[in-house]
Design a protein. Sequence first.
Lengths: 211, 202
Amino acid sequence: MESGFYGSSTDGSLKCKFEESGLANTHDIMEKAVRWFRSRSIFVVAYGTGCGAIEMPPTFTSRYDAERMGVVGVATPRQADLIILSGYLAYKTLRRVIRTYEQMQKPRYIMTLGSCPINGGMYWDSYNTIKKLDDYLPIDVSVTGCMPRPEAVIDGFVLLQERIRNGEKAGWEKYDENFEFYKENQKRVLGGHIDPSYETDWYNLKSGGKA
Amino acid sequence: MDLASKLEKLSLQLVQKQDYLYSVTVGFERLESLLLSFLNEFGYITLDSINCRDDLEDGFFTITYCLQTKDRDHVVMVQTKIQRENASLPTMHTIWPQAEIMEREMHEMFGVDFPGHPTLIDFALEYWDNMPPLRRDFDTLEYVNSMNPFREQRGDALDAKEEMKKKREAKKAAKLKAQQEAEAKAALEAKNNPSDEVKNEE
């Protein structure tokens, strides 16, 4: 009976043990366990924007082998936990990235590589490139460098795993809370042409389709 | 050269740029017929690229058609000038299919119109509603600053030049100090230990 998360001992010794370690009830224990498992199983969709895409193959293959930490690549955003944006984003790319990000299931995380998503990098004065990605999407981990080496990318994975384990507030929660802020910024640079259109409620088209 | 004499009959001058590269300047009215005669009579069958240069001060665009022979040993640049305002060119996509996408790009980047072109729609940019971005009167910096403001600094930014100067001076001082210490140590050792000659005498 003393194994497992729902275990309860007759003399209450187990309860005392949990209280000592700061875990008040079984819900907290479950949450902690789920967070630990979640941190060890991160499925990545590598969205290769810009030059950072070249750092992905060595990171995921035998030389640096991110899989030993439970970080695996997948093909589609609907299967992924983490999206890696590896470089500058043109307006055209940003439109696709927003759509890709919103297709991912929660919990979802964003990691960026290089200095371009932070401050524009060497494309700071381009007429077609955004400067601060965190105005448009919530970033969980930014790996700096131009370009970061695979070691730095793996360091970013470790940091993300720590944050998931500690239960810190993730980017997707901030995105839900400040949805209007992000949508306003996106509309400012994309001119309102964001698919799918948020003026339309696609699930209730019969009742007028007004969201 | 053969081509030069042929062009001389059309009262055009061939200019050699490099050993395989030539250029010829032609008026806008004779452009299409000259391109056709390059294709059909002179054997320059491939259209490499169509380029546009913005001569803002003089008020025209310089358009360059790069044509290449079948053997890939000669390139001729056919140059013409068109007005910047309401710029328009004959489309070449019926003769060279690759011209379709080149003209589409030029339409997007410089605003040159091609009457009769089938697909003059967005190419690299999407929903662009400003002036074509590669025209020189388009103020890129102003547009960028209005769309993408800079990130606010954290306030701890340092002047790189001064910091490097400080670092170099500190390094120099440390080196000097280490040298002095080593000298002092050597002198002390010499004082404590009598020299080998003295030892031998004893």
